[in-house]
Structure formats: structure tokens, C-alpha cells
Design a protein around this ligand. Sequence first.
Ligand code: BES
Ligand code: MN
Ligand code: ZN
Length: 489
Amino acid sequence: MNISINAAEPFGYQTPLLALATWEGETLPEAIAPLIEAGDWTGKAKQSLVIYPRGAVAASRVLLVGLGPKAAVTSEKLRVAAATAATRAREIGVDSFALALAEGGPIGPRAAGQALAEGATLALYRFDTYRTGLSPEQTRSIESLTILAPSDTDEVSAGAAVGQAIAAGTSFARDLINHPGNVVVPAKLGETALDLGKEFGFKVTVLDKAQLEAQGFGGIIGVGKGSANEPRFITIEYGSKQPGVPTICLVGKGITFDTGGISIKPGERMQEMISDMSGAAAVLGTLRVIGALKLPLHIVGLISTAENMPSSTAYKPGDILTTLSGKTIEVLNTDAEGRIVLADALYYAQRYEPDAIIDLATLTGAIVVALGTYVSGMMTNSDSLADRLSRAGQETHERVWRMPLWEEYLDQTRSEVADLKNTGGRPGGALTAAAFLSQFVGEYPWAHLDIAGTAYSERAMGPYTPRGGAGVGVRLLTQMLVDWAGGDA
Ligand code: BES
Ligand code: MN
Ligand code: ZN
């Protein structure tokens, strides 16, 4: 969908559909108030109403979208309103629509432009690559959205451009997650990174199995051994280390399919494990946005990718793996594979002497039990990183909730026969997984985001999050990086 900004007055603007986002309790503009039965419109959040003005205004249809009380309007309410408008527009079947926001609300024009572009674009996301014979109704799409901004037009426009870049990065991550496991194999993630490198000028390296073996990536090799789709380790670098420019490593779990391996998972819902590379998708999607926004930062994406399969060559319970760090891991359960591949990537991150390491991983079922599906778990050794991520989480509504990373949990990671064991039993499963990871980051500021509950859902998770991969992490990380770089993108 093409998005443009226009300074026209909404009621004089000719369009098949004019969506008006309005506050609760505001009197409606004179042009349309007489067309609405008294009491039918309140402006409460999530309320929407289509009216046919029949010449009273230039638009053929007017869609009112409620924002709730003016003082309580947030960027999230604007995203949701834009999502509602875009979804209704597509249902109605128009191929273009206009969107106008009542003026004078608490959100500045730039942030408003960004939120509207994000909400509308993300709501219309669809993944139909593998469906044939769809009806015209099912393939209906909206060609263009015009955001009407009679004042602060340039600011709204700048914000909308950022919103579009962020939505594109999120959709890119969603696509990677939604493509099935027989298509997105580790080599495919490697090619995707190389393609991004060409498009945006990133420095990309993809290590193959022989190189991983030669260089001692024993964690990734161990997990990937059971599959004919060989593992990879991907580095994708934006900017370069310069004085005064922070270096931030973004680490992603890229298990392209998680059967559990020899400790095989139950069959029910196993198909959802195509999403076990959502951390990797978030890292690639974020780099895509950063490449478009050109932030003054040094960002290194690191992705461990493998397929976790049972076979005669697979790793087994009882095996002991020697990771890149030299630390050894006793495998108790081959389904706790994420922490093993991340061990190599987190250790590798230290060579960049980063100001922060942030990993994203669909790591544990335990985090889903603890927090459900609307918030990601955050474990970190740094209060300032916790603040940065929490603030970005509030702003983007990709919320994170800090969970403890206390040294007592390390006890559950100690093995009798190796340095660590890969499971610590059921109590505090998400916390002991984080404690495990903490042993590979040295003293660097580090945050682990467990996105197992937020990355994927077989039903829509919100007005702009359709079924499938959510692309969670892209908006969160981008916001945090924009803030870190000093504000406006
Ligand atoms: N990829 C799974 C975690 C997961 C669960 C992601 C549900 C998304 C939804 C991970 O590799 C896993 O299997 N974890 C095990 C660890 C256990 C064996 C210690 C788990 O959480 O059950
Ligand atoms: Mn697993
Ligand atoms: Zn997994």
C-alpha cells in the first residue's frame, strides 16, 4: 500500500472512503453531525461507524473511528484506530482511502504520522503465498492511503515515512516466520542475510558447517547434526565501530524447525515450531529498518541457525558438547536446543566489545505459562538496558516484563559431568534458561528477551497482528535504537 500525506481539509477531499479518528465526547463536525442519529456515536475506543454522506461532504463514505477520551490517547490507540480503518476499508472493498486525525491531541504530529502508517500497514498484512484459487474477495487489497494533515504536514509526513519503514521490517520478519520449515532452512536464512547485505550495504558473513566445525562452534554443530539441512552462523553488520558510536549486538535464535530432536515433542501443535526462528527474523527485520533509517549506531546482528531433528546422526541426551567459549554442556534434553545454539552466538558477541548485547529467542514454554501471550519476558544484568527496553516496550506496545536473573538460579544449570547442563527442571524454567545464557556473555551489559509467547499465534493477536508470525521485536528494538541514537529517526 502506497502512503502519501496531503494538507487538504478532510471534508473537501474526494475519496471513496474518509476515515475520521475522533475523541470520545467531542461534538462531531457540522458537516456530518446531522447525518448521525443522536446517541449512535460516542467516540469510545474501538467504536466504528460507516455513514453515507450523499453529497454533504466530498467523500463517498465516512468511517468514524473512536479513540476514547482525548487525554488518554496514546500512540497505541492511534495504531489501533488506523488498523480498524484499514481493515474496514478492505472489507468494504475500496481500493484507496483517506485517514484524518482530529487535531490537538496529546500525541505530536511526527509520532502520530508514524503510528497511523504502522497501524494501517500492519493490519493489512496477509500471507497468501501458498494459497491458490483465492476468490477476488480474498485477494482484495488497498492500493493507497492518504493521510490528511492540514497542519504540521511535514512532521506527519516524516513520521509516516518512519512508520512505513518499520512496518516493512515487521512484515519482512512475519514473512520469514510464516514461510514453512521446508522453505526457510538455515541456508535460506543465510541467503536472506546476504540479500539484505546487498540491498543495504551491510557486511555479511555466513559460516557453513565445515567452517563452524573448524572454528569450534560446538553448540550449533551439536544441535544441527541431526538434519540434512546443515546449520549456519550469520553475522550482519551495519555501521562500524567508531569513538562515540555505541556498538549493539542483536542476537537471534534461528531454529528453522524444532521437532525437539531425540527428546521429541508431542505431535499436537508441532507445526507451530516453524516459528522457532522468530528471534532471527526479528534481528533481520530490525536491520532492514535500521538500514533504511540510517541511524548513527554500530549494530551487529548474530544469528545461530539450525534445524533440530531426530535421526541417526542427531545429538542425544547424555552427549557432551564443547561450545565456542570452551565451556562444556551436558545435554539432558535435546529439546532445550535454543540455549545451546545461543551459547555460541553470545560468546561470539563479546569480540565486538559491545555496549549492549540483546538476544531474542523463542526459548521456553515456561515463559508462556508465566506471562501469557501479550508480553515478552526480559532477563538482564543491566538496569539501564532494562529501562531502555521497558520504555521502548511501552511506546511500541511490544511490552517486556522483567524477570529475575539471580545467581541462585545458576545452581540449576550445573552439571556433575560437564560445566553446564541444558535443563534445570521445571521450577523457574524461563529463569534457569536465562541463567544458563548469562554464563556466555562475560561482563557485558546484556538482555535476554524470551519471545516464546509473543512471536506467533494461530489466531489474530490484535487489530494489527493477524494470525501467524507477529514480527515481535522489530518495533521494540527499532524504537530502542532510535532512542539510543538520540531521538528522532
Ligand atoms: N522452542 C521451544 C520453546 C517454545 C515453546 C517456543 C512454545 C514457542 C512456544 C524450546 O526449544 C523448547 O522446546 N523448550 C523446552 C525446554 C525444556 C525441554 C527445558 C520447553 O520449554 O519445554
Ligand atoms: Mn526445543
Ligand atoms: Zn526451540
